[in-house]
Design a protein around this ligand. Structure first.
Ligand SMILES: [Zn+2]
Length: 132
């Protein structure tokens, strides 16, 4: 009996040394939820850092309208909002198509297109985009 107790004690010491705890490798539903929360938080922080970098690098956009080629843009509070449609059209085909369509109608800015005003500037559409 005495020898058995000693070996039990030894086992306890041994597992403590290894850092093994009961149920350590059991699948845990709560743990999964926790880890997905963490990854969401992490990506948000990363995005915020990117935003900060962008705002610092393009801070000149909020003090000047040099970037605007259409003459309709205004100074915005954030650099990320301070892009002319003409700049975007160089980057994205979708914008380019809209710009070409606007120019074909003799408009200098695609925001003057009635389809843009109906779709992109509609309060309902903006709400859908904002909350999705
Ligand atoms: Zn512009």
């Amino acid at each position: 009996m005495a020898s058995m107790q000693r070996s039990e004690n030894k086992d306890v010491v041994c597992s403590e040394e290894l850092g093994i705890e009961p149920y350590m490798f059991e699948p845990n539903k709560g743990e999964d939820e926790e880890s997905s929360d963490n990854s969401t938080q992490y990506s948000t922080t990363e995005e915020e850092e990117l935003d900060d970098e962008f705002e610092t690098a393009d801070a000149w956009r909020i003090s000047s309208l040099q970037w605007c080629k259409c003459g309709k843009c205004t100074i915005m509070k954030k650099a990320i909002e301070s892009f002319c449609f003409h700049e975007k059209s160089l980057e994205y085909d979708e914008y380019d198509e809209n710009l070409t369509a606007a120019q074909n109608q003799g408009l200098d800015c695609f925001t003057s297109l009635s389809s843009f005003q109906q779709n992109m500037l509609s309060k309902d559409v903006l709400e859908v985009v904002y909350f999705s």
